[in-house]
Design a protein around this ligand. Structure first.
Ligand code: ZN
Length: 240
């Protein structure tokens, strides 16, 4: 078995709680929110009760370790979030699913000015793209991840990666670039980008270090999002 075939086995995962204990944690959390947190932010929730004006749309992986509001220190109402396995955006016309619907709603109805696609380190979806044989019993995941296949081919054909760690790193970045390209096939996105009213961003977040690398379309590379220098953006210049 090569390194690439290694999958997390039951023995490498943290020990699972019983179903009852797991649910009790969630209920306890809700009780704490309701009685301790909510009263402190009541004004905000009153304002949000009838309207939202999010700053950005955030497309992230469903992975439990990625919490968009936490890593961007956003409050309720700030981010319009859609999450799925592999932070995938199906190209327009291929699928009228949840992601396409959320994009259209965010751009047209909510008028968001930024869409951020955020991949992450140690992504199980990316590992599955590299090892499709692990998806035999998951036909739906397999079909969904076909939207990430382009990234795999780009990496296989062009990157002479030294090991699986490097392949995963490059694949995760290439997947973000592929999904940015898919995003631009959506008419609502293409139109607002052409007129300079919408900006798109491709990020990769590191779970271990908290660093974010952002795609810079002008320099065609990923740069650290560290506040230094011009902000890396994936948006080409507007035409109108
Ligand atoms: Zn993931």
């Amino acid at each position: 078995m090569s390194d690439m075939d290694k999958q997390p086995s039951a023995s490498t995962l943290p020990e699972a709680e019983s179903a009852d204990v797991a649910l009790q944690h969630i209920i306890d959390g809700f009780m704490h929110f309701r009685h301790e947190v909510f009263p402190q932010q009541e004004e905000l929730f009153k304002k949000l009760a009838t309207a939202q004006r999010p700053r950005a749309m955030f497309i992230a992986c469903a992975d439990s370790r990625i919490v968009p509001e936490l890593i961007t220190q956003s409050a309720p109402g700030d981010l319009f979030v859609t999450r799925n396995v592999g932070n995938v955006v199906p190209p327009y016309g291929q699928m009228n699913g949840g992601v396409s619907t959320a994009i259209e709603y965010a751009v047209i109805a909510l008028g968001v000015q930024h869409i951020i696609i955020c991949g992450h380190s140690d992504c199980g979806a990316m590992r599955a793209v590299l090892n499709p044989q692990t998806l035999e019993k998951m036909p739906t995941v397999k079909a969904w991840l076909r939207h990430a296949e382009v990234a795999k081919i780009v990496v296989e054909d062009n990157c002479h990666c030294a090991n699986e760690t490097e392949t995963m790193h490059v694949l995760t970045q290439e997947n973000v670039i592929a999904q940015l390209q898919h995003l631009r096939t959506h008419p609502s996105v293409a139109s607002k980008m052409a007129s300079g009213h919408l900006f798109i961003h491709g990020w990769v977040y590191s779970i271990e270090t908290s660093e974010i690398l952002a795609y810079d379309a002008e320099q065609d590379c990923f740069r650290a999002l560290d506040g230094a220098g011009p902000l890396p953006v994936a948006t080409p210049k507007s035409r109108f």
